[in-house]
Design a protein. Structure first.
Length: 209
């Protein structure tokens, strides 16, 4: 799905947290926003989720695999509801690993509150987690964790104190950041880093180095 959207010249973000919900895919093209929900079946909950995104996005679609029930009454009913709300439907052929031409094209919502979506976007969402991940969306904590790992890789043996001074983090204060990052490393929430007490100083290294 991501590759297909890219081939259509959409800039793709995955697992985007918008307010209290998470959009599987957000596409941006020429200031337009397209939200796509990807699920394993064309269910009522999926349709309701898509309807909720209508207020925030210029286009909304759902993507679901085509199966033997492609022409069932329930499928036909779902397609009617989607068309009524102006929500697009994208058929995915899992056996051929291909995306079909959208069965139903999404209607344009010119009054979409798209700025709310755009403010929720971050470059990390392009690669942080594949669409459909459970709890895999980008967060400020993820960015702090990655920045910590990058600094330890650049400065092996850096003290925890010096790390905090160099680190751009999301915590309210350096004191809080120091306590939390130490805890997350010790609990292996921030992986690949180990703390070694050398004299009276806590120094950080990449695991195995």
């Amino acid at each position: 799905m991501v590759d297909w959207l890219g081939s259509q010249h959409w800039e793709v973000y995955q697992e985007v947290k918008i307010k209290s919900s998470i959009a599987d895919i957000v596409g941006i093209q020429n200031n337009l926003v397209w939200i796509i929900e990807c699920k394993t079946s064309l269910s009522l909950s999926l349709i309701c989720q898509a309807i909720e995104w209508k207020r925030y996005s210029h286009f909304v679609s759902v993507a679901a695999p085509v199966n033997k029930n492609r022409f069932s009454k329930s499928r036909y009913g779902a397609e009617k509801i989607l068309k009524q709300y102006g929500i697009g439907l994208i058929d995915v052929r899992m056996d051929r690993e291909e995306i079909n031409i959208p069965q139903t094209k999404p209607a344009l919502n010119r009054k979409a509150m798209s700025d709310i979506v755009k403010k929720s976007l971050n470059e990390n969402q392009k690669t942080a987690a594949p669409a459909g991940s459970q709890g895999g969306y980008w967060t400020p904590f993820q960015e702090t964790s990655r920045a910590t790992t990058r600094l330890v890789n650049k400065y092996p043996g850096i003290s925890l104190k010096d790390l905090i001074e160099k680190l751009s983090h999301h915590y309210a204060s350096d004191k809080t950041a120091k306590a939390c990052i130490r805890l997350w490393i010790e609990k292996k929430i921030i992986k690949e880093i180990v703390i070694k007490k050398e004299g009276k100083v806590l120094n950080l290294y990449l695991e195995g180095k």
